[in-house]
Design a binder for this molecule. Structure first.
Ligand code: G6Q
Length: 550
């Protein structure tokens, strides 16, 4: 990026402002009527993913101008710097190398002159050996019983990825294992996760990059108390070593907790929390689906990494999806982006993407510390589409806002469905296709009238349409396809952050609340005075103490 011009001052930005003005109220109906092969032209594929972006408010010129903006803002240079291991996380002075987590054994990716790929594979091999010991029953707990329950304790990036992927890949999991995820410092989370488990059969995986995160250490400490009480063991025994393993970068803290560092699975400061689930943070998932499936998932990630790194801008799918988001966010003032999977197994997919996107691109200063003068990351939201259709789709169809949406579906359900359940799949997918159609083309007043609807009802039953959607289809939700989908979104988020010239890899915005919670806690536990409290919070603390039973 030129030193002198900021994003909104670039001629390429101004060209898009002008293009948006010319675009005016153009309707998707007009775009399709005027352009017979836009469905073929505005579609792409990467790996097993087929991506239709024809139902967007774009022409060839729009995409050309957006690509010019990408070039002018240095997207491709930043991409290459990331793949080279440069410290592109400027505020934390770190390399950003989640792509190294899925690099092949013979790849060379250096940080400060050291190739990190052998370390990645050493940890993957160690995870695989451990996962096999759990899956085969070779690893036994303190009393000699086989491990049947795995509880991952972690939060944010140390929870959302494996929790999402475990749900997504349930059909590929060992169904004889119970796998649960505890993240919330609300004791109810741990209570519900362990209340019906036998401690003698339970393994806790404490997932924390820093091993200082208060929620995780609090839950892990309570889990240790529960375990020792249940086993009738004391902390001097080998119970903790047999029932706790750690995923961390902090060996000292892991050891302080009583976990044998031989059972610590390492990762590195160049793996951001929200980009970490294909690192050691994925151990619970690897135990559930097995090392081979886990590696298939990494292969899926890698296919999209390679595509992002090498495909020309005209066919580079993550680039195009990133550009479309910029088009709506910066030139249509769209505030949010809906992700609507048509798969029950993707029930946690959007929650995962919320962190990926909103923690990465929810920034309001640029990489040089100047306030941005343009919109950055959108609010990302959504749930599986079929349920949403009977709830908030009303607003998507007839509300006043422009909300671009992604519709994600699969041509086949998972193998294990009985024939009649398999047959339901076409109905599920019919809904996806129908929604894309209804959102784009709506139903005109004349079409409503033609159905004999009374005139006073016509406005209420008219759908203006013109709501843009991307449709992503894949043959089946396999481990590889999940990896492809996640990498697609990771790189889309990357592209947007690069265009907006923000650091997509720090997360200073989550710090203040943590500091204040620590300051307020003594007021709750010891009735201590908190100096400098505002009157509202002070009154709330008084009310809370008045209501507290214990
Ligand atoms: C993600 C964030 C954040 C982090 C959690 C847990 O990018 O950094 O969500 O993952 O705060 O941190 P620890 O793994 O250090 O416990």
């Amino acid at each position: 990026m030129p030193d002198t011009l900021r994003v909104n001052e670039l001629p390429e930005f101004a060209a898009l402002v002008g293009h948006r003005e010319d675009f005016g109220p153009t309707h998707l109906r007009d775009l399709f009527a005027a352009d017979g092969d836009r469905a073929q032209r505005f579609a792409g594929s990467v790996g097993d993913l087929f991506v239709d972006y024809s139902k967007h408010l774009i022409t060839d010129r729009t995409l050309d101008l957006l690509r010019e903006l990408a070039t002018a803002t240095g997207v491709f240079g930043l991409r290459d710097a990331m793949f080279r291991g440069e410290r592109i996380n400027v505020t934390e002075r770190r390399a950003v190398l989640h792509i190294a987590l899925r690099a092949p054994r013979d790849a060379v990716i250096e940080v400060d002159g050291e190739n990190v790929v052998p370390k990645v594979h050493a940890v993957l091999d160690k995870m695989a050996a451990f996962a096999e010991r759990i899956r085969s029953g070779e690893w036994s707990g303190h009393t000699g019983k086989r491990i049947r329950n795995v509880v991952n304790i972690g939060i944010g990036g140390s929870d959302l990825g494996p929790a999402m992927a475990y749900e997504a890949l349930r059909a590929f999991t060992d169904r004889s294992l119970t796998v649960r995820f505890v993240s919330n410092v609300d004791g109810a989370d741990l209570h519900e996760a362990v209340r019906d488990l036998d401690p003698a059969e339970t393994l806790f995986i404490v997932a924390s990059k820093t091993f200082t995160t208060i929620e995780t250490i609090t839950n892990a400490t309570s889990a240790r108390t529960w375990l020792l009480a249940g086993l009738g063991a004391d902390s001097g025994s080998d119970a903790v070593a047999k029932h706790f393993v750690a995923l961390s970068t902090n060996a000292e803290k892991v050891s302080d907790f009583g976990i044998d560092t031989a059972n610590m699975f390492e990762f590195w400061d160049w793996v951001g929390g929200r980009y970490s689930y294909d690192s050691a943070i994925g151990l619970s998932l690897m135990i559930a689906i097995g090392p081979d499936r886990f590696r298939e998932m990494l292969d899926g990630f890698r296919q999209v990494d390679e595509h992002f790194r090498t495909a020309p801008a005209e066919t580079n799918v993550p680039l195009i999806l990133g550009l479309l988001g910029v088009w709506y966010g910066n030139f249509f003032d769209a505030q949010s982006h809906a992700v609507l999977p048509y798969s029950h197994y993707l029930s946690k997919f959007t929650a995962y993407l919320q962190q990926l996107d909103m923690e990465s691109n929810g920034k309001s200063v640029d990489r040089d510390g100047n306030p941005v003068l343009w919109q950055t990351g959108p609010v990302v939201w959504g749930t599986p589409g079929t349920n949403g259709q009977h709830a908030y789709y009303q607003l998507l169809h007839q509300g006043t806002r422009t909300i671009p949406a992604d519709l994600i579906g699969f041509a086949n359900p998972v193998d294990e469905l009985e024939p009649e359940l398999d047959a339901q799949h076409d109905l599920l997918m019919a809904n996806l296709f129908a929604q894309g159609q209804a959102l784009a083309f709506g139903r005109t007043a004349d079409e409503v009238r033609a159905e004999g609807v009374p005139e006073e009802q016509v406005p209420h039953r008219t759908f203006r349409g013109n709501h843009p959607t991307t449709t992503i289809l894949a043959p089946e939700l396999t481990p590889s396809v999940l990896g492809q989908l996640i990498a697609l979104y990771e790189h889309k988020v990357f592209v947007q952050g690069a265009i907006w010239n923000i650091d997509s890899f720090d997360q200073w915005g989550v710090e203040l609340g943590k500091v204040l919670a620590q300051r307020v806690e003594p007021a709750l536990t010891q009735g201590a005075e908190v100096p400098g409290l505002d009157t509202s919070t002070s009154a709330l603390l008084t009310a809370y103490r008045g209501m507290r039973w214990r």
